[in-house]
Design a binder for this molecule. Sequence first.
Ligand code: AMP
Length: 477
Amino acid sequence: MCGIIGIIGSENVSEELFIGMLNLQHRGQDAAGILTFKENFYIKKGLGLVERIFDKKNLEELPGEIGIGHNRYPTAGSAFSDTQPFFLTYPYGVGMAHNGNIINYLSLKNYLKEKKRRITYTDNDLEIMLNLFCDKLTTSRFSEEVIFKAVKEVFKKAKGGYSVIGVVGGKGLFAFKDPRGIRPLIMGEKIKDGKRSYAFASEDVVFNSLEYKVVRDLKAGEVVFIDKNLKIHSEVLTNSKEKPCMFEWVYLARPESVINGISVYKARLSLGKKLAKKLRGIKADLIIPVPDTSRTAALSLSEELGIPYREGLIKNRYIDRTFIMSSAQERENAVRLKLNVVYSEISGKDIIVVDDSIVRGTTSKNIIRLLKSSGARNVYFIATCPPLKYPCYYGIDFPSSSELIAFRKNEDEIKKEIRTDLLFYQDLKSLFAVLGKNICKACLDGSYPTDIKDAKIFEKERLRDRKCAKRIEYAKI
Ligand code: AMP
């Protein structure tokens, strides 16, 4: 679930990338990097939050009118060497950043070594993508067709869900979405003081603060190349149906964003409304959201049911993930560090708690325990997303079914395990009503929109990766 951004034509590229990445911080807090090009590559990367990595001085050391940036949420590879963007010096010099996963990256690693004599040195699937791309980037007579051909090769070989932004040194900026359009990617344009610039980003939320206007979302399987004269070339290289990830609207994206024409905020409002139908007749004193993502749905649910909305759980914004990560023991108690109860609102009440999703069940279990120990009489737990039963191979950190509580248990058993008095999930039909039927819902019903032949190896690698990194997998608590 990383964040990516690319800009061409601006005199303040590094500063604009920095601001854009601050606005994409929710998509990854683990590491970040900026790459710009002016005769040569300039690059600055670091671990942690964008604000801590970049300052006025190091941004000034990133010259040029073209560049890309990346916020990392690690799903494959979490070492410093995996920090994006990556670049290769030949041909032309190509820099790249991506959001998503390539399922068959290990077999492609082998293919590159055996058939192309290209060695890759990280665990990161972007390095595979970059090498596949560069391998097809012929050097005779450069044109947009050369880029399109290279992306075609990526589509042919790389199975998964990915959005990519890249720089070809001295030539221009390109962006593409995988053949099913699983991860979001949007294009913007700015004309300021007569100067035109273009941007691509994971979410349009970055365009507001940078004063870009939305041009459009890229289509599934589409590549857009903006050359050094700011001429736009684009082509849709595949004809498979778009399957955008439903979890973007449910959880990942910022509420202000609009993805493929569907407002995230409106979608969350509708998800809350849909749940109201299921909950009608339930007597409760108040509805509280688990901050922050589920606020919107909790609001509309409250309006529909006529049950007051209260902020019964308050999040401490200043507790860093790394602090929580430090000991496995603290994970169980992490909710106490990150969330506080407003006792006056909770004590003696029957409470409907709304969260966007139940993954392992850790958050819900801890919140219910916290609310009950704070005096709540009954706690009813609501998830705005249907049960998550299958792993995501496209960039969200649910690598294995065995970790997913809804894979191992039915709703009754989940109810017992998380100790809620009532449990309600969104149903698939309602999700379709809100987002349409053309969504990737592989994590809900196992219907994967791509080839998943290498999925088992991918799963194993990611679990191993995660163990090495000793990090907490879900950062909400
Ligand atoms: P769990 O505690 O494993 O059941 O995770 C569910 C909680 O984590 C919910 O509060 C979600 O908002 C949040 N969540 C879901 N997916 C992710 C993710 N990929 N990264 C971080 N938090 C997540």
